[in-house]
Design a protein around this ligand. Structure first.
Ligand code: EPZ
Length: 427
């Protein structure tokens, strides 16, 4: 198992360039299935989740070409099956976008129940509700979801809970459905708007993405397109928090500042200087920061995917901070790992109470999921001594070239390959 080894206590200085949005890419790549000709996708993040979803598409028969590190050319016309590979799919929750895309294009799909991060139950009932509203039938057997429809017909779809995935999947299934579809109580994240813009660039007729009501008029065919994915709001926010935590002066570039407003506001509340430019934000942070309260909400509220990173930052802020997690039922599993570094955090139900300490001290820790891993990185960058982080595969699912980007900012971090038991025996 590879590890990250960090010698903490160094300020971050310089510029970091943000990549394409993971949570847009893992929906846009499956959406290519809906096209009648090849698509060119640019600003694709160089992360393992993208590699996996592209491999799953190849497994269906699509032709996928890596034009360069951040550009894919995908030809969906060679797809010969609507049954996704079980082993590949079960490792990544976002694979369920293939249900909506394959159903929307072929009227049928077979995809394994989703896997992914383990912070509580991650149901797909609203996805199924959306498909059934459009006329599809579904079965769930042997861990596989099968959806099928003679014909997809537009309808009103009310999402009982604001769900990014269900909103995306409803759009994918409805773009070619006959007639008019309205998705009510829709999620409004930037990646929802990005998927809608991508589909419209293929000839779809989608209005209202980014509001809580998305209106879709079905079209008969969707053509190939060239599209550039938006910058990753959460990758950007993670580097903003890392700079705030270590102290220093960092320009985070290739971002859309409007997508970062709530993160910038919270950092300013804590005493961090945040300057906004057209496509960059600058973080200047010195001395001990002030406590604050975090309440995660669907967009435009505070993003749940920034919650663990802020907890790592608040661990050394002055005073007692409160973090309320209102999206996921249990997204505090990383707290026990932060405690190994000396953080003083207690969790009661949906709230974590963080009593800021003067400093953290290095310890061996592990990533319990993607954003928890980012929190361990931030804590390790601040802690006195050498911190080792295990389970870094979680981190590399969503952060491209993170060791290189942090080293360029002055961090002392290396990736250490540790031999597996088998390798030790073989040695
Ligand atoms: C997406 O997950 C993101 N993943 C998550 O980011 C993010 O935390 C989440 O949206 C919220 O913003 C991707 O985009 C690949 P949801 P998703 O459906 O779509 C409930 C990361 O770190 N719900 O918006 O799975 C659900 O239990 C990852 O990048 C239902 O009840 O999240 C949760 O409480 C982690 N029924 C709430 O909705 C359903 O059918 C929000 O979930 C679906 C969801």
């Amino acid at each position: 198992m590879d590890k990250y080894v960090i010698n903490g206590g160094r300020e971050l200085h310089g510029e970091v360039v943000i990549g394409g949005a993971k949570n847009a890419a893992v929906a846009i790549i499956p959406a290519v299935v809906l096209a009648e000709s090849p698509c060119r996708i640019e600003n694709v993040p160089n992360i393992s989740d993208v590699t996996l979803i592209a491999n799953i598409l190849q497994g269906l028969g699509a032709t996928v070409k890596n034009v360069n590190k951040t550009t894919l050319e995908i030809d969906p016309t060679t797809i010969f099956t609507q049954v996704a590979n079980y082993e590949q799919v079960k490792g990544m929750r976002a694979s369920y976008y293939l249900l909506g895309a394959l159903l929307g294009k072929y009227g049928k799909a077979e995809v394994a129940m989703p896997g992914g991060c383990n912070f509580g139950v991650r149901p797909v009932d609203l996805h199924i509700k959306a498909f059934e509203a459009l006329g599809a039938k579904h079965t769930l057997k042997n861990g596989v979801i099968r959806v099928e429809a003679e014909k997809l017909v537009g309808n009103k779809i009310y999402l009982d809970v604001v769900s990014v995935g269900a909103t995306m999947n409803a759009m994918l299934a409805a773009v070619k459905a006959e007639g008019y579809t309205e998705i009510e109580n829709a999620a409004k994240e930037p990646h929802i708007v990005d998927l809608a813009n991508f589909l419209n660039s293929m000839g779809a007729n989608i209005k209202g993405a980014g509001t809580d009501t998305i209106k879709i008029r079905g079209v008969r065919t969707l053509h190939g397109t060239t599209y550039s994915i938006i910058p990753d709001q959460i990758e950007a926010g993670t580097y903003m928090v890392a700079a705030a935590a270590t102290g220093g002066d960092v320009v985070v570039s290739n971002v859309i500042p409007r997508h970062l407003e709530v993160i910038s506001a919270k950092l300013r509340e804590m005493g961090v200087t945040v300057d906004e430019y057209d496509e960059a934000v600058r973080i200047i942070s010195h001395g001990r920061l002030k406590k604050c309260t975090i309440k995660t909400q669907p967009h435009p509220g505070f993003p749940t995917d920034m919650q663990p990173q802020f907890s790592a930052l608040l661990a050394t802020a002055r005073g007692i901070s409160i973090v309320n997690e209102n999206v996921w039922e249990n997204r505090f599993q990383y707290v026990s790992e932060l405690a190994r570094l000396g953080a003083k955090i207690s969790v009661e139900g949906k709230s974590a109470f963080i009593e800021g300490v003067d400093h953290l001290d290095a310890a061996p820790v592990k990533a319990t999921d993607l954003r928890a891993g980012a929190a361990m990185l931030i804590a390790g960058l601040c802690a006195r001594g050498t911190t080792e982080i295990e389970n870094i595969g979680y981190i590399e699912r969503g952060y491209e070239n993170i060791v290189e980007k942090l080293r360029n900012l002055g961090a002392d971090i290396t990736k250490k390959r540790t031999m597996t038991t088998t390798e030790v025996v073989m040695a």
